[in-house]
Design a protein around this ligand. Structure first.
Ligand code: ZN
Length: 229
């Protein structure tokens, strides 16, 4: 096999294209910074989906014009101006009409109310509950009876409100080794938490007991630890 090393490293360009890249890159870089400043965003911590799309679009236009000789810089700048224009219009519509905001950014949904998973609200979201359990563990929660409310914000962030130590109730343990012990066999009588909706029931030894709320048949022994952050 014979590699065409010049084409692999330099495409069809000669060495002078390096000078062009040297000229193109700082200008496009500055242009992206300026456009992002004009969006009014102060950071990228909480990007909604359409803001992320805007940034991907800008990045693509900027990147291409940095090193493709057949992409003119003015074309890329025209894309910038248009993206910024569309962004400003969308922001205006979002502040003006609530229904439009819900379409573009979604709305906050409850994941947990009083230690119980809100399955109806979760179903519409195609997000694995594993993901939520991970996010809750990230807040130093090891059983759901510590959680008064958990709200999934439209930015994807999880806001958690806790019970006080006195209010903490027995709940579904979510540490991986405890949660993985979920089973459809109830070995001894006790308080069990449904592995799906986290509601707790006093159960007697039996197999395949369905949860009254969600019909799930796997249970984990409830624990009543307080939260230690
Ligand atoms: Zn259940």
């Amino acid at each position: 096999m014979n590699f065409d090393w010049h084409r692999i490293f330099f495409s069809d360009q000669d060495y002078s294209f390096f000078w062009e890249i040297l000229f193109r890159t700082p200008i496009m870089f500055l242009a992206v910074v300026i456009v992002l400043r004009f969006t009014g965003k102060r950071g990228v911590q909480q990007l909604s989906i359409f803001e992320m799309v805007m940034i991907i679009t800008l990045g693509s236009a900027a990147g291409d014009s940095m090193f493709y000789d057949d992409v003119g810089m003015l074309h890329a700048l025209a894309v910038f101006a248009l993206v910024l224009g569309v962004y400003r219009i969308l922001i205006w519509l979002i502040t003006k009409f609530e229904w439009f905001e819900i379409i573009m950014e979604g709305k906050p949904i409850y994941i947990i109310r009083e230690g119980i998973m809100c399955l109806e609200e979760l179903h519409s979201k195609e997000l694995g509950s594993d993901e939520f359990l991970g996010a809750l563990r990230g807040q130093h929660i090891d059983q759901l009876g510590q959680v008064k409310y958990a709200v999934l914000e439209d930015t994807g962030n999880l806001s958690v409100f806790f019970f006080t130590d006195e209010e903490v109730r027995p709940g579904l343990p979510i540490l991986p080794d405890e949660y993985e012990r979920k089973s459809n066999k109830i070995g001894k009588a006790g308080l069990y938490a449904c592995s799906k909706c986290a509601r707790t029931y006093q159960l007697e030894p039996a197999n395949d007991v369905p949860c009254d709320t969600c019909n799930n048949k796997e249970w984990v022994e409830a624990v009543c630890r307080k939260r230690v952050a």
